[in-house]
Write a protein that binds this ligand. Sequence first.
Ligand SMILES: [Zn+2]
Length: 191
Amino acid sequence: MRFLKYLKKINKISYPITLLEDAKINFKYKKMLDCVKMLCHAAISFYLKKLNVKDDITINVRHLKSKIIGGNVELGKKTQNKHVYSLNLDLTMGYKCLLGMIAHELTHIKQIHQKELYLDDSQVVWKGQPIMNIENYKKKICRSRKAHDDLPFEVEAREKENSLLNSFLNSTELKNLKGKDASLTYIINYL
Ligand SMILES: [Zn+2]
């Protein structure tokens, strides 16, 4: 409890968030602590580089109030055409889980951005092949966890999730954040 009070106190100071050259990352959740913003910002920048997403994109991070899923990316016409992505995350989860979740969801952003995954008028298209119609897709992912997990773009996101997370945890980018902010240093030491 005392530590939480301390965290709240020191987080009243606001820190400048350095932006990636190309990607614009906006945090839309007002209650998000600055140290968590810095951590998420560093992870998003790192993953985008690893995933080879270099173009001009905007990522809006929002808090997802769901007890069922930890994160998602919205896929729709606006996202596909304007390169503006909504990254929704359950920001109450543990930091390591959160960093893994970001890696997973950014793999989906990469898939959408590189047009590997998109929606045409009625179909979900993966790597040039229509894989199912949109209505079926909605039904399928609601009906069973396994059906969702077996989708090819989910298989790729799960594979990338662990390797991206591990390289971020061992990265100089993460180590360089230590010492910049007391609560962030504390978080990194216990990741
Ligand atoms: Zn997924």
